[in-house]
Write a protein that binds this ligand. Sequence first.
Ligand code: ZN
Length: 314
Amino acid sequence: MTTVLITHPAFLDHDTGEHHPERPDRMRAIDKALSSDIFSRLVRRDAPLRDDDRDYIALAHGPQHLANITDAIEHFEGPPKHIESDTVASAGTWEAARRAVGAGLDAVDLVMNGETGNVFCQVRPPGHHAESNRAMGFCFFNNIAIAAHYARAKYGAERVAVVDFDVHHGNGTQEIFWSDKDLFYGSTHQMPLYPGTGALRETGVGNIFNAPLRSGDGREPFEEAFRSRILAPLHDFSPDVLLISAGFDAHQRDPLAGLELVEDDFRWATEALAEVARRHAKGRIVSMLEGGYDLRGLALSVAAHVKALSDAAA
Ligand code: ZN
């Protein structure tokens, strides 16, 4: 089986205005990196607009958030506008946000039906800061939490895990998963840093595993934290499907944070996660892009991540 790449040109039309770090050029940088010959075996699919996406958005967020976002951006006109302190919408945002959700839903279909081993969703806007009832931190809908709920509702997955190595804590995913023991959330992130959550003591119902790192930390503290605080409990949890919030802003080149990872660290983390998925989840991995704001650091890191996914799927 080969890795499937799900993306769509509509992600370029989510216009966040000038000088916003979460910008369309991120997609172009990844497109270029994944056009290399070494990715010629990737199966490429369009991120869909799905008729049923609202049902699953509402499962993760509740109907009120869906109604609020729909009212705010479905018929958006005029120049890009802040809907929250960091989160900007434009005329293309509604379609992009729905296709980002749709990518996750299709990816779950592919791995749960055994059509492929793993999938990388190259999407924007990202999702992991979106809480059950709040858009924030460049995120409208929590793409990965929606995918997790979908895996349970549609396929009867009993235990679903999200591992998040974005440099920021995924406060939204944590909040949505907080009191559900069959949903696992594990995160490495820099602390203190936006959004301020992610302390060790935040444990939900024993299903939340936070591994905060300090500015300046590089490979060794990252690997130690990832092994002991994420991989060990993830093995014990034994997920039916493993989802990855794949942010690459812990790269040393990234302008928004101070961790010192390099692309090879994302290769290592991906291989380690693929081993857990192989042992417990029939290899099923759905990885969804979150952050990563230095275009070169992002392109190199996504290439290392997708190469490790495709090696695991082969
Ligand atoms: Zn981030």
